[in-house]
Design a binder for this molecule. Structure first.
Ligand code: CA2
Length: 150
């Protein structure tokens, strides 16, 4: 059985590598996505990657993942701190999710320290630069393996 993981990038992450390199690094989103795909290939899992600047689109993509994806790795970007709709979508679909952040949100402005989804995801990876996605994928893979072990 081939496992499928949906990776979601939130608003403004399409600008990765082009602005604020001190905060988010110098890799572009394309380059980060290539790393994600190559790690997934190594581990024998299937990934689909999606970036959106729109909250409703993010919610709909999560709804559409029901029955198709085994896990979600999500960097909701600014929606992390604002979106009850995103929280409700993750709760409603109940697909195991890992929250990832490139920067360490706990060392930044107070409004970034609060995540509206941290208690509805399985866990959070924050502060490892683009490697946060790789660690998030690893967590999702281990989570699925443990679940299938019974
Ligand atoms: O550290 C993260 O991954 C964040 O989710 C990134 C969000 C921020 O709102 C969260 O608090 C933490 C911002 C993503 C914006 O990405 C940019 C990339 C390049 C240039 C400007 C913004």
């Amino acid at each position: 059985m081939r496992r499928k993981i949906l990776v979601i990038h939130g608003p403004n992450l399409n600008l990765l590598g082009l602005r604020e390199p001190e905060q988010y690094g110098t890799l572009t989103l394309e380059e980060v996505n290539r790393r994600i795909e190559s790690f997934a290939r190594e581990k024998g899992v299937e990934v689909e990657i999606f970036q959106t600047n729109h909250e409703g689109e993010m919610v709909e993509r999560i709804h559409g993942a029901m029955g198709i994806f085994d896990a979600i790795v999500i960097n909701p970007a600014a929606f992390t701190h604002t979106s009850v709709a995103l929280r409700d979508a993750l709760l409603a679909t109940a697909i195991p999710a890992v929250e990832v952040h490139i920067s360490n949100i706990h060392k930044r402005e107070p409004f970034r320290r609060r995540s509206l989804i941290s208690d509805v995801v399985v866990g959070q990876v924050s502060g490892f630069g683009p490697d946060s996605y790789i660690l998030g994928l690893m967590a999702a893979i281990l989570m699925m393996e443990r679940r299938d072990e019974g």
